[in-house]
Design a protein around this ligand. Structure first.
Ligand SMILES: *Cc1c(COP(=O)(O)O)cnc(C)c1O
Length: 374
């Protein structure tokens, strides 16, 4: 059993993927080929925003936004404490200070009450200027974007939705990657929509921001890439990756998103009386980048992981360490007791195999192994 079965997906779509790649080879348009335009149009349409700008990966997608919004030293950017390193990394990379905020125990996403408190604290201290909130759609579940939007308005902050794991999710029909002033996603192979290498995209309704991002991602180009009007970076998606994504986006829309939600139901039906299963609030749809359960304590979690391994079942711990304890952020002072929930989650969460090609008998095997352990 695979934790995320990329091979089963490739086998199912091999003919189309291979011919998509071959077409790029035949045309030798490796950068900026027609595959890019059509992918950007289809992604924007699916998500329900005006613009999609593809780029090199999900981290650069966020960095490009920080550049476009001129986020720099002296600025405070609010980030959940329970996320992949990248969400805080790009803040420090811009020179600004990441202010970590504890998360909600049920949804794993940023705690909006503590967010409001954190913004107030920065204002009271008067050392940094609050500028941006970066909510993360962790494990495929959209953050509470309705409340986040309200808080952002109240304090006049921008919102960047980190939808690296969230692509395909929604709140009352409004799709992930359409929230905030801009949103980003990642096409890293294991994400809900992955390519065969690195890739990323930015989504926004903002025409001016789009023009700026299209310049920043190609060396700050003006009329062309040899006319440079600002300092930018080189951050493009390859045509080959776009060709692969064009096939995989169709599969994602046609059945994959439904399939992971069907498997979520099968898992949860079996596991709900045995362990704490994922909580999906009413009106929310998750794209299940992960199916994450909670155990009583670290001993039980580590014990279960060892038992699963013994039974040949892969599992992962996302995440072992809260952001505020990462050595890279050592220069900032964080009070460990402000992060009670994240600290607890890092000791008790366990992600089980989850992907659209998981079979009912696989779920049965995972269930039996957990049942025996408990
Ligand atoms: C994967 C991930 C990223 C970074 O995406 P890359 O394409 O790997 O750079 C950012 N944020 C979160 C929450 C992620 O899971």
């Amino acid at each position: 059993m695979e934790f995320r079965d990329l091979k089963a997906q490739y086998i199912k779509y091999k003919t189309q993927i291979d011919s998509g790649i071959q077409e790029v080879l035949d045309n030798t348009n490796f950068i900026g080929g027609k595959e890019i335009k059509s992918l950007e149009q289809r992604l924007a349409e699916y998500v329900g925003v005006k613009h999609c700008i593809t780029c090199a990966n999900g981290t650069e997608a966020m960095t490009l936004i920080m550049m476009a919004w001129d986020i720099k030293e002296g600025d405070a950017v609010f980030v959940p404490d329970f996320t992949f390193f990248s969400t805080g990394e790009i803040v420090s990379f811009s020179g600004a200070t990441p202010i970590f905020v504890d998360v909600d125990r049920d949804t794993f996403n940023i705690d909006t009450v503590k967010l409001d408190r954190a913004i107030n604290k920065v204002l009271e201290e008067g050392k940094l200027t609050p500028k941006v909130i970066i909510p993360v759609d962790l494990f495929g579940l959209p953050a509470d974007h309705i409340e986040i939007e309200r808080i952002a308005k109240k304090y006049n902050l921008k919102v960047l939705e980190d939808g690296a794991q969230g692509f395909g999710g929604s709140i009352n029909g409004k799709k992930a990657c359409s929230f905030g002033d801009a949103a980003t996603t990642s096409f890293f192979p294991a994400k809900p929509l992955g390519c065969y290498g690195d890739g990323g995209a930015i989504f926004t309704d903002d025409d001016e921001l789009t023009e700026l991002l299209n310049s920043l991602k190609v060396h700050g180009k003006g009329d062309n890439k040899y006319d440079n009007v600002r300092i930018g970076v080189n951050s493009r998606l390859d045509s080959i990756q776009a060709a692969i994504l064009n096939v995989k986006l169709t599969a994602f829309i046609n059945h994959e998103l439904e399939d992971v939600n069907r498997i979520y139901n099968v898992y949860t039906e079996k596991l709900k009386d045995v362990v704490e299963t994922p909580v999906i609030p009413k009106g929310y749809i998750s794209s299940f980048a992960q199916y994450t359960i909670k155990l009583k304590n670290k001993e039980e979690r580590d014990g279960l992981q060892a038992k699963l391994k013994e039974d040949g079942i892969p599992s992962m711990i996302y995440y072992v360490k809260p952001m505020h304890r990462q050595g890279a952020f050592d220069e900032h002072y964080y009070n460990d007791s402000d992060f009670k929930v994240t600290n607890e989650l890092c000791d008790t969460v366990l992600s089980l195999p989850m992907h659209p090609y998981l079979r009912n008998q696989d779920v049965e095997r995972v269930f039996n192994s957990i049942k025996k352990f408990k």
